[in-house]
Design a protein. Sequence first.
Length: 602
Amino acid sequence: MPDFEDGIEATPLPAGTLETDVLIVGSGPAGGAAALALSSLGVPNIMITRYRWTANTPRAHITNQRTMEVFRDLGIEAQVLAQASGHELIGDTVFCTSIAGEEIGRILTWGSHPAREADYRLASPSLTCDIPQTYLEPILVSNAAARGTQIRFSTEYLSLTEDRDGVEVRVRDRLTGLEYGIRAKYVIGADGARSQVAADLGLPFEGRMDIAGSMNITFRADLSQLVATRHSVLYWVIAPGANIGGIGAGLVRMVRPWNEWLIVWGYDISQEPPRVDEQEAQRIVRALVGVPDLDVEITGTSLWGNNEMYATHLQSARVFCAGDAVHRHPPSNGLGSNTSIQDSYNLAWKLAAVLNGQADASLLHTYSVERAPIARQIVLRANRSSREFVQLFEALGVLGADGEQQMRALIEERKANTPEGEAKRAALIPAMEIKNYEFNAHGVEMGQFYESAAVIPDGSTRPLPARDPELYYEPSTVPGSRLPHCWVGDQGRKLSTLDLAPYSCFTLITGIAGEAWEPAARAVGEDLGVALRTVVIGPGREVTDLYYDWARLRGVAESGAVLVRPDKHVGWRAGTLAADPREALSAALAQLLGRRPTAAVS
Ligand SMILES: Cc1cc2nc3c(=O)[nH]c(=O)nc-3n(C[C@H](O)[C@H](O)[C@H](O)COP(=O)(O)OP(=O)(O)OC[C@H]3O[C@@H](n4cnc5c(N)ncnc54)[C@H](O)[C@@H]3O)c2cc1C
């Protein structure tokens, strides 16, 4: 009997072909988070990855508030914090001539400046922390596995063929050389900046790859004495050669306090790639640390290219690319892993809703519509931040310096009681100030806003930002915004508003005057077969508006309602109680899910 309406018979799967709902290619931050999110929602999935284990270099580390909220929602925040250097340790970012050398300046980063701390603490229940990628990926991957993900290490993606009902993926087991197929309903290409999946889909890209050359050197050395008076996770070194290639300046980054480190140093990408042998690596480490006879153990070296490239469309009908596969940029601003995880968080609930028959497949189109603008934004921001280091070099007047001695003399000049010294000191102030756009870009990190068919506008526009939208996040419940955080609860517990809206369902938040939404939501949930919970905030109800902050933030009357999607973005809101709350909510939720009101999914 034909399987499909049009009479095409299903071809039986060849022997050895695996089947799953979602195949994830890559186990980095994007792939690991996708697997974890899908398994948390009960979606069968297989994750393949080329190597025998997770990341072997501690690339990403700064983990921002939005990502920590994702981890909180997926139940791994405590595990991440247990392995991380906490917020209190990541405040000072130091600009210096070497770790042992003189200070050019410092900036209080990631929201640790007293003038910014309130912005960050008011915005989220979670604070930025530092967890090296080598520690984070095993947490994502092991929790995904514990919740159901089938993981195939040493398994390489080769090719895919998409048809109307699924995707046939060819893979190779790198241990045996055996090639086999995996048949999936959907595929996530989370295979990094050289993504084969994105190439095979022919995704449209803008920008350029390999615009500058960087090298990573990981090493062990006890620097505790040298950093005792200026603990930091990032030390930017202005030294001869620091402005060639790379990420703006030389970087010495703490991996584990205070004996494991990573150096990022640039090279001229228009020349032959340098050979970084043990001796050369030691030379660079000793130069940047500023101790010629430092006892150092080199643990690894690698070369990588800085990119400025983003996809303007992220998917086909059944294959979605996430993470560095679609946004490729330098680590400036620490946005890469964070955005990769947030991509997957946006995508996984949509896949679950479609696979569970709660949403029309058209919901999946909103992935690219919502995330492609973010990809563009972060690629441009990170590259701009990297280039803005030039102002520091210009302020010091060292750009044209001829050799080490002259550079040192030019840096020294900032101390002189001369017109030149005074001019340098004045120029350093804005050069340092501009680095806030790299290290305190709270608006970029927290202000993601979606406009798509999965967001129902209510005629209002986002309030005009009162402050610089890259530096400052403005909470709002205008549909498309992330649900604002504030603390609610009762005498026994304190919760974030984000905690009220778990990833497994839609949540309608209202006040006591809006209690009529509750039976309406129950009926709509049953009509549409969608998990929809209602939370009434008010005295004597599920939670109380402890500080009366929700009343200020909710953007609707007490009788109104805010419909929160599983990924904590506002999907719809009603300013006041609707004449027919059931009809209003049903129309909104059905539209958001790509369905006609009360109609079953085709
Ligand atoms: C020095 C440095 C510092 C950084 N610091 C930060 C930071 O502080 N904060 C931040 O957010 N980001 C940071 N980043 C960026 C971050 O490392 C990346 O954005 C992040 O790793 C991207 O995650 P991903 O999962 O998309 O890709 P990747 O981490 O590159 O993972 C790709 C995965 O795909 C797999 N794969 C590739 N090809 C195949 C194939 N053919 N078949 C099967 N599997 C395949 C790989 O095995 C891997 O598991 C930094 C990067 C660098 C270089």
